[in-house]
Ligand binder design. Sequence first.
Ligand SMILES: Cc1cc2nc3c(=O)[nH]c(=O)nc-3n(C[C@H](O)[C@H](O)[C@H](O)COP(=O)(O)OP(=O)(O)OC[C@H]3O[C@@H](n4cnc5c(N)ncnc54)[C@H](O)[C@@H]3O)c2cc1C
Length: 571
Amino acid sequence: MPSEIFNDQFDVIVIGAGINGAGIARDAAMRGLKVLLLDKGDIGSGTSSWSTRLIHGGLRYLEYGELGLVRESLRERECLMKIAPHLVRPLRILVPMYKHGQRGVWKIRAGMIAYDVLSLGKSLPHHRMLTVSETLQQAPGLNRKDLLGAAVYFDAQVEYAERLVLENALSAVEHGATVITYARVDKFQIQDGKVCGVEFTRLQSPPSNVQRLNSGVQDEMSRGEEGGLAPALTPTPQGSSPIIREGSDVEHHSASAPIVINAAGPWIDQVLGANGQDSSRRIGGTKGSHLIVAPFGGAPENTIYVEAETDRRPFFIIPWNGNYLIGTTDIRYDADPDHVRIEAEEIEYLLRETNRVIPNAQLTRAQILYTYSGVRPLPFVTEKDEQSITRKHFIRASQHLDNLFSIVGGKLTTYRSLAEETVDLIFKRLGRSKPACTTIQAALPGAVARRRAAGLCELPEATSHRLARIYGTRSSEVAQLISDDPSLNKVFDQETGAIAAEVVFAFKHELAQTLSDCLLRRTMVGLNSTCGLKAVDAAASIAQKHLGWSASRVAQETGAYRMEISGRFRR
Ligand SMILES: Cc1cc2nc3c(=O)[nH]c(=O)nc-3n(C[C@H](O)[C@H](O)[C@H](O)COP(=O)(O)OP(=O)(O)OC[C@H]3O[C@@H](n4cnc5c(N)ncnc54)[C@H](O)[C@@H]3O)c2cc1C
């Protein structure tokens, strides 16, 4: 029997702390609902970490006549640049045009004009058409053969999508939500044909000396022997959200709520199938992969968005995090999303196409720093080519259980409007009048204006710059830790300049439970050129010294991190 550890009844349980689940939890908590958010891994460790990281209207969707989606996305792009300016920034994109391209100059120009019209009233500049010489001035490394010019337009980039998800979860907690990570939902509880709660498996007891942000359930679960979470976690092949293994170090729990939202991304059908009643298919995922390479010969200053010769799909070459992000692919994927990984053909395709567009690049597998792949949680359709499957979102009611809804499709870009729609629906189902949604103007935690506390230490410019880029206005909280203990000022990763205080901050104030959470989705050190491998021991020593980790926990966590990361170096 699972233990019912919650005395309180929740209004809504959200399964999955990706961008959609975290966004729904935030909006629901801000409107006064009692929310429980559960994830089988860390916050943002699913698909939301594996995207192209664009906050965009979706120029390509115009080809499929998705005007409504483009308009909504452009509105949300504007909103996210306002509520999270430290994370979502304008991105200048160059679209080179070639003689034999499937999309001719006039088609591209018409697309640009339509995009501008749909962006009316927005803050980003309109497009410009460039001649061949202007194009080459701006991107001298481009292949000149048959070049006809280029279009330049603006969208936005969320360099650290992981932190966009995190800040939504943190804001949800600030508004009273309970967030539990490494908590896998196994089953629905049912009464009179209605869902009334969930049963879930959680890894046992994080260390008792780690102070939790949320003083509710996480604290209750935090009592217990020091040992960390690593032993019961098995890394997935590509090193994404690790899988919970059954064993002595897991606990079974249940929680009640009259409404359950299944926001498990590409795992939605797995979650729905858990009770053995529902085998219908909602997700028809497609896999997309990216390569990360260091700056190379002819590497562009601006993002390049260009048609691939092989299949005429446009792909991106994006300056990102000091390196280049190249992608993506779009391939039907029916297997377990936990086992998604890049295939040799995808690597060949992305290298070949990049080398064609930028001849001096001469990229080979040896230059790949790491790769990542994800599954787009798209609606299931038969016989459609992958590119034409809609990127719209749908809130699907279960055919078997009342008050159970699944979030299908969507994009990082439109998570806020999806959350608003979902929370409106929750109020309707609860039979309560809905308070106004305020997320369109409510700044995320790192964008909330804060007064500088007296006595706060002065940080070197490079450190201040780094902290502002990652934590926004919350960097003053990191600085406070240094004011309290100046030894936390020490840089533990030379490449990124990350400092010891950030490790402490991740565990004490940002719901991190494992070293992997800390490096990959809090400090972002795990996205550097070596996936943080050069910094892993130093980060663990900081946790040992300042958070009281035992030697055995240090060994477990560093070993688990190395194993998790090994999946990303597949070339
Ligand atoms: C290659 C690629 C490129 C993309 N590029 C862009 C882009 O540039 N811009 C854009 O706007 N969008 C982009 N997207 C789309 C976007 O990333 C996704 O639509 C979005 O991240 C989905 O978020 P989600 O919260 O629904 O799912 P996820 O982020 O996958 O979250 C689902 C969560 O559910 C959890 N979960 C699963 N099963 C359980 C369970 N049993 N119990 C508890 N928790 C569970 C998982 O651990 C996971 O954290 C891209 C997607 C891909 C794959």
